[in-house]
Each structure stands twice: as C-alpha cells, then as structure tokens.
Design a protein around this ligand. Structure first.
Ligand code: PLP
Length: 348
C-alpha cells in the first residue's frame, strides 16, 4: 500500500507535506448548483459539495479524515483498528470499510445513546452495513465511556499479540481534521476554476473536525466567506468549544500561524438540535423531503438533514440573501435512512 507524502499546495502554501495520507476518498467530489432548490427557496444561489460521494461503503465526510488516520495507523504498523460511535454511526461504517480495504481487523464500540428508537434502528442502516463489512461489534449502554472501552479492548488485543490503533469518535483529532484542511483546498481550487466566490459554507457539525478543518483551510487560503456549522446535538457553547479547541492543534500540524486566527469565525447554529442527537424534528424531515423531491439527492435524519434545515431557516430569516452563493457541504449519512422508516413511510 502506498503512503503518500505529497506537498499539498494551494496558492503557493506548502502544507500537509510531512503527514502521510493514503488515498481512500473518491475526489475531487462534484460541486454543483442546486437549480430547482434555489428557485424554490427564492433566495441565494445554493450549491452543493458532494462529499456524500467519497466512496468507502457509501461515502461521507469521514473518508477524508480516514485518509490521514489510516495512514498514521499503517505507519505505526497496526493490524487492528478500534473505533466507536452511536449505533447508526457513519464514521464507524467508513472505518469498517477502510479497514476491510486495507486488510485490517476492525473492532467497534457502538453506544446506545439515542432515545426512543424503533426496531429498525437496531437492525438496519449503518448497523447492518457494519456487520456486512466484517466489523466486530461491541454494543454498550449510553452510560459506558466509549474511550475507556476502546482502551480496554486495545489492551486485550495487545495481550493477544495484536497491534491496535484507536481512532477517536468521529475521527476528530488533529490528524483526522487535516482531511478537511485538504478538503477546503479542493473546494477553493474548484471555485477558482469556475471563477466563483462563495459567501457561505453550511455543514452539520458533531465531533467538530470537519468544521475545524475547513476553518484552518480557509485561514490558509485567506478566504473571507463564513462557515456555519449546524449543531447536530450539542448546545451552542459546547459545540463552539469542540470546534475551536481543534483549531490550534490542527494548525500546528500544518505549521500555520494560529495567532492570526479570529475565533469569531467559529459560527455555530444550535437551533436545529431539537430533542437531541439522532432525534430529527419536523423541520429536518421537511428538509430531507424537499432536497429529495427537488434535486433527487438523499440526506439523513441525524446530520445532513439537520444542516439543510438550518440552511433553509437561514434563507427564510434573510441571513442568507439573494445575490449570495451558499455552498452546502453534503457530508453523507443517507445509509442511516433505513433505520428511521417511521418518519418517511407513506404506508405507515
Ligand atoms: C454524515 C455526517 N455528517 C456530519 C458529521 C459531523 O462531522 P464532524 O464529526 O466532523 O463534526 C458526521 C459525523 O459522524 C457524519 O456522519
């Protein structure tokens, strides 16, 4: 397997050159205008960056993070990957797929955190795909500390002669976050190629690495638009901290001068959290159906649906205005739709 240590350049800035990356994501992902949605909302020009098309068992944002995280594991000579997430975690599904692709054993801790779910939640969607992908699943209760559980598993693997590597929940450590520094460069290159400027990027934000990586990339490119993270679970102060705290350590990895970073650039909207993580409300379901029926693109009830609902609210409240270009980062997740049939089934 070839580990790439390429000097990644944008606007003459050499970065990421010392970090190993392994090609896992199908990229560049398409950047396209959402014509019918833009017409329907009658506000800004809305574009979509299709990171739901990155591959690894269905695509999603974790593929970019895993390019760095799996390369680091390979460099450490790991033979077993351990990670964790909610029962319908997309991150875990993509970890399982990357492990299979690289011939590594994969053990995952799935936490039963979402309240009030039906039978399908425990059978279908990402949970089913994890099993098909050959991940060894440890189901634990909401009270269990998944980081400790992963360490305990790693210890057992070590004592059996294995070489484990633990990837944190969501892949959001500084190394994983590099994936979206690079992701921002890719987007900036596409914008340059079509002579377009963008005013906003909107995305769902959970463990925070995707938004933090974009912010570091934007800082390196001197981009002057705004990046709005729509929180999928945490209230504003907590989500802001998660994103902000990843920025200095990620910037340090690319030798960026963090002193110049303006913290007011970390924008979080927690208005779509609703009852909590994994619990969509009517606005999220409306957003999923609207994008599906205007553009034929599937979102999900946990992440991208909430983010699209946030975008729609920002148009309706005039935060995003006519004449602006708004880019929706589609981070994937539609593999979880089958776990939420009660919200969509027309036959009850
Ligand atoms: C589909 C999808 N979108 C967005 C996110 C959030 O990304 P991050 O954890 O980097 O904030 C996740 C995280 O699991 C995800 O699966």
């Amino acid at each position: 397997m070839t580990l790439l240590k390429e000097p990644d350049r944008h606007d003459g800035i050499a970065i990421l050159g010392t970090r190993a990356r392994i090609e896992l994501a199908h990229s560049p992902t398409p950047l396209v205008r959402l014509n019918r949605l833009s017409d329907r909302l009658d506000g800004p020009d809305i574009w979509i960056k299709r990171d739901d098309c990155t591959g690894l068992a269905g695509g999603g944002n974790k593929a970019r993070k895993l390019e760095y995280l799996m390369a680091a594991a390979l460099e450490a000579n790991a033979d077993t990957i351990i990670s964790a997430g909610a029962i319908q975690s997309n991150h875990v599904r993509q970890v399982a797929a990357a492990s299979a692709y690289l011939g590594l054993r994969c053990i995952v801790v799935l936490t039963d955190t979402v309240r009030g779910r039906g039978e399908a939640y425990f059978k279908n969607g990402n949970y089913l795909l994890d099993q098909i992908l050959g991940a060894e699943i440890h189901l634990v209760s909401a009270e269990t500390d998944s980081s400790r559980e992963m360490e305990a598993i790693a210890e057992r693997v070590r004592s059996d002669g294995g070489r484990p590597s633990v990837i944190p929940v969501g892949g959001s450590n500084p190394i994983g976050t590099l994936g979206y520094v690079r992701g921002f460069f890719e987007l900036q290159t596409q914008l340059d190629e079509c002579g377009m400027s963008a005013d906003w990027i909107v995305l769902p934000t959970g463990s925070g690495g995707t938004q933090a990586g974009l912010l570091v990339g934007a800082m390196l490119c001197n981009w002057n638009g705004e990046i709005l993270g729509v929180s999928v679970g945490a209230e504003h102060a907590r989500q802001y901290e998660k994103v902000r705290d990843l920025i200095p350590s990620t910037a340090a990895l690319v030798e960026a001068d963090f002193a110049v970073f303006d913290k007011s650039k970390v924008l979080v909207d927690d208005g779509l959290v609703g009852a909590g993580y994994g619990e969509p409300d009517g606005r999220t379901i409306e957003a999923i159906e609207l994008l599906a029926r205007t553009e034929g693109i599937l979102l999900d009830p946990v992440y991208s649906g909430k983010a699209m609902a946030g975008l729609i609210e920002a148009v309706r409240s005039d935060r995003f205005r006519s004449g602006q270009n708004v880019i929706f980062l589609h981070t994937g997740g539609s593999q979880a739709l089958g776990a939420y049939p009660e919200y969509f089934s027309q036959t009850g």
